[in-house]
Ligand binder design. Sequence first.
Ligand SMILES: NC(=O)c1ccc[n+]([C@@H]2O[C@H](COP(=O)([O-])OP(=O)(O)OC[C@H]3O[C@@H](n4cnc5c(N)ncnc54)[C@H](OP(=O)(O)O)[C@@H]3O)[C@@H](O)[C@H]2O)c1
Length: 280
Amino acid sequence: MKIVITGANGQLGKCIRDISNHYPEYNFLFLGRKELDIVNKEAIRVLFDKEEFDYCVNTAAYTNVEKAESEKEKAFLVNGDGVKNLAKQCKKNNTTLIQISTDYVFDGKKRAPYTEKDPTNPVNVYGASKLEGEKALQEILKKHYIIRTSWLYSQYGQNFYNTILRFVNEGKSITVTTEQTGTPTNANDLAEVILNIIASDSKKYGIYNYSNEGEATWYDFAKEILTQTGQLTQTNLVKTDYYRTFAQRPVFSVLNTEKFTEVFGFLLPSWEKSLKKIIP
Ligand SMILES: NC(=O)c1ccc[n+]([C@@H]2O[C@H](COP(=O)([O-])OP(=O)(O)OC[C@H]3O[C@@H](n4cnc5c(N)ncnc54)[C@H](OP(=O)(O)O)[C@@H]3O)[C@@H](O)[C@H]2O)c1
């Protein structure tokens, strides 16, 4: 089995790389943006002409939710056209494409966990660009999995977990909002899930929600990070119910993961338990 991972230097790409040695029977090719820009159709064609892949896992994305508001074209180029390019090439080469998407395709008005069938209505540019990628993939390629996930964090990169720890290590107090509710998801768990889906070779294509179990506000998440790392003090975490940002975010974006559990039979760990896994 040959598997190509795009966006391999991002946090999810790195988490997949970390566990790839658990699958010695698979031949992995990890490509960062420099090795393969998914916006570049010709580069994709050259790669797929050279090598046959059974699976392509696209972890490449424009992920800066704030900046996307002023860089709409860039966000759509990567998250929309980039996915379209991969889907077209995968179709030609009979490759299955695993695309990662987001809870931000929803507007948050439902106030109950979103199922895969709920109508989408992104409230920011990032969400709209990711939705465009989803739609293109569904139109072009039957052999696909779209995994919608939420609030990804890991030991790698500039995510919420690392940002909170950095601020506290610099002796700063942090103000965190209770405005949004979602589910923090350990990217290491998602990496495992992706490789398990490949290993199952179930061919049960389609959209799946996958997150850790439970729900939290960003404030709850920050508090749990500081508690679990033994760094919560009386003064270093401040709660607010309003935090000004450029991009609007859905106030409630918990994903209903029943379909995923039923089809793939994996138990989802609670977000608090999953957080423990990366605390040194
Ligand atoms: N982070 C979250 O909270 C979250 C939540 C839900 C869903 N997701 C989705 O989960 C997936 C993985 O996200 P992540 O957190 O691992 O993101 P990440 O850490 O930002 O990694 C994304 C990677 O994609 C690369 N990239 C950007 N444009 C590219 C292009 N044109 N061609 C090839 N590579 C390109 C980036 O390279 P540069 O660094 O050079 O730009 C980066 O290494 C994404 O699809 C994201 O939309 C993320």
